[in-house]
Write a protein that binds this ligand. Structure first.
Ligand code: NAD
Length: 314
């Protein structure tokens, strides 16, 4: 299949490109290498993909790219480009979230809607649920985001649903639950936790540490994305790890793998859901989703990768 991947230089996008290429697909990557975190890390991700003959990358912003040309011949579009992160979405930075999550998505679906795509897949987020009243949470629960980030992800998901129902664009929105694994974004909890354990620096633990997250291994996520693109399913589905754990339990697992972590207690901020947990029955039924990597194995892979990377880069 000929695939276009937006956000190809990012954490999940670069894993998805590698998975598609290993599956025999041709991949056109699009990424602006925004300043959401160190662009050198995104350039590193692209360097891992660059040698593959079926991969090309275009450094472009979805808001002003020549999407007509970039989408030429595409069978599947995987739309992962966006501005992630819950805490910074409060305040003045909101405009970036609105631009990169909502406006960029509308620009892309508008460019895609007259094309004979097999699938348009959008990386939505568990943050659309906010503090859900039911665990595990099925897709039928009314989404009520508790952060501005979640609001923009939900609005973009609605845009995809609208283009599906009004224009027949075959969209799938996958609500991803806290994704982790090698090359995780440096602002995310596990990347910071492993860094703290390796360097002896402090790890800020927000709230009482009893908040739970349905951590999902990146390899399981990208496998499911391609499976969803190949299946007949359209609409919205959860992608979670299937076994939520508390932040305290996650800290203990990293301590087992590396050694003690110095915790600095911080008050929990607004915008953080207390618990997240995905009901994954729909994804299992529609495209055979089954998370295969448990937290211990996933963190082991992440720790090994981080240590190798540090060793190679001094
Ligand atoms: P990431 O920041 O590593 O990747 C996103 C990429 O999009 C970046 O490389 C950035 O440069 C690019 N980008 C942003 N705006 C762009 C634009 N206008 N044009 C072109 N490129 C642009 O983030 P990630 O963690 O890999 O997340 C990927 C997607 O999955 C995001 O949409 C995010 O909201 C969603 N998601 C992630 C998680 C998670 O746990 N990581 C959970 C739920 C949803």
């Amino acid at each position: 299949m000929r695939a276009v991947v937006t956000g190809a230089a990012g954490f999940i996008g670069s894993h998805l490109c590698a998975h598609l290429l290993a599956s025999g697909d041709t991949v056109v990557g699009i990424d602006a290498l925004t300043d959401s975190y160190d662009p050198a890390l995104k350039a590193r991700n692209l360097r891992l993909l660059a040698p593959h003959p079926a991969f090309t990358h275009h450094r472009a912003d979805l808001l002003d790219a020549d999407l007509g040309t970039l989408l030429d011949g595409a069978e599947v579009v995987y739309h992962l480009a966006g501005q992630p992160g819950v805490r910074p979405s409060w305040g003045a930075d909101f405009a970036r979230y609105a631009d990169r999550n909502l406006l960029a998505t509308q620009t892309l679906v508008e460019a895609a809607r007259r094309r004979p795509l097999r699938k348009f897949l959008y990386a939505s987020s568990s943050s659309v649920y906010g503090d859900a009243p039911v665990f595990p949470t099925p897709e039928t629960v009314c989404p009520r985001p508790v952060s501005p980030y979640g609001v923009t992800k939900l609005a973009a998901e609605h845009v995809c649903e609208l283009y599906r129902t009004a224009h027949g664009l075959p969209t799938v929105s996958l609500r991803l639950f806290t994704v982790y694994g090698p090359r995780q974004r440096p602002d995310m909890a596990f990347a910071r936790l492993i860094d703290a354990a390796l360097t002896g620096g402090p790890f800020p633990l927000y709230g009482d540490g009893e908040q739970t997250r349905d951590f999902t291994y990146v390899g399981d996520v990208v496998t499911a994305m391609r499976a969803a693109a190949c299946a007949g399913f359209t609409g919205v589905a959860n992608l979670g790890g299937g076994r939520p754990v508390s932040m305290k339990q996650a800290v203990t697992t990293v301590e087992q793998l590396i050694g003690p972590v110095i915790l600095h207690a911080r008050p929990g901020g607004p915008g953080e859901a207390r618990h997240t947990g995905a009901d994954i029955a729909l994804a299992a039924r529609e495209f055979g989703y089954r998370p295969r990597t448990d937290l211990y194995d996933g963190l082991t892979a992440m720790v090994k990768h981080t240590m190798t990377w540090r060793h190679l880069n001094g």
